[in-house]
Design a protein around this ligand. Sequence first.
Ligand code: SF4
Length: 488
Amino acid sequence: MSGTSGTSGTSGTSGGAFLGMPSFPEAAAVSTQDRQLRANLSHATRTIREKRARAVAELADWAELRAAGKAIKDHTLRHLDHYLLQLEAAVTTAGGTVHWAADAAEANRIVADLVLATGEREVVKVKSMATQEIGLNEALAAEGITAYETDLAELIVQLGDDRPSHILVPAIHRNRREIREIFAERMADWGRPAPEGLTDSPAQLAEAARLHLREKFLRAKVAVSGANFMVAETGTLVVVESEGNGRMCLTLPQTLISVVGIEKVVPSWRDLEVFLQTLPRSSTAERMNPYTSLWTGTSDGDGPSAFHLVLLDNGRTTALADQVGRQALRCIRCSACLNVCPVYERAGGHAYGSVYPGPIGAILTPQLRGTASEIDASLPYASSLCGACYEVCPVAIDIPEVLVHLRERVAGQGGHRLERAAVKAAGFVLDHPGVLAAGERAAAKARRLLPRRLPGPGGAWTDSRDLPDLPTEPFRDWWQKNRPQQDS
Ligand code: SF4
């Protein structure tokens, strides 16, 4: 159940924070016990992972494309003010209207007012992470406006009163049987019911969704989208997707409102060319996306007659000010880092308490929302730092580097006092080799008496880790006895 490459949105969020979410370790302790979830995730991520590796291997210049993507994003971020103003001028010249939103509340207010001004009370949505980040569906509902998700996976999530758990495949945690049940039970509440006798064959499920959504496409007067990219030189927005629902939303309604993070701008079409090669291969393992929709303002007699672009900050300029953390803004939402992450595969996306799960979520969410809450402070620790995410990232975001950087920030604000004390003690011991050697010998002698679980608050650390067995003698003693003669 795949959809738009990381543009996206749905239910169950408020301002980007999933309501009532516990910290990552607490949520993961529950989700890792869910055998069905782990089986669904393991199967899906392995399949996507293998397909992606084959698609990437086809390109001899993948490394160069990756380096180019990184360089383009870094250049654009360094001159973001310039390119955003260029984009605004180009969109305005092409007949669109640009709105600037500092935060989620402002963006939601702008969109709600624009919809209300049309007199409509329904909108169709193209999958858009930015709108989900700001909790747009809930904000519109509070104004009496119903937002219909049209991406297949987002539809499953919306009908199931669920939350997305993957950037690209928001319903990755559902299998076909569960999807059939959701369709059969809930479609009638939102419009056209599921056909009688619906089975869980992919063709029947897709047909049920198609029939259900088609009446919404044909009725809608207003659409809300995100965008994968915005080209500054011409004011062109780009949405890539696999199902065609995006094309319907972007062309049929009279009014189109696009909510897009400010980091999505690229300077030129030449720059766009790089990402149109790396994004599909890295996300859906396709050589190019089945649907690549591009629009520039409005055109008489063709597509929406009114176009509004809401440029969203919502923490991005704060992230931009951080010299290490800003690389997270390079992200093109391909989701490759999720599919290779051993932590994501076992814990699932919901445990991250954010629209952005997995490794990218662990570095992006704490920068966009801050690290004051328990869930946000726990996210930089939701990683083994194995580095697989960095290896696959098509824009070379060094996620482990940012994770460590954010851990320092969390520790610095007193969030993990014990960790700070432990690091300080370790620093002292490593600075004094005599103390270290004495400690090693004492530990080797007492190895049978050492507990498998640390006492007191340290127990929380060993609850999720095995303490390694201690050797019968320290390495330095072994080396003294066994080192080759010529070294002595
Ligand atoms: S961090 Fe890199 S790999 Fe992960 S979603 Fe973003 S672009 Fe893709």
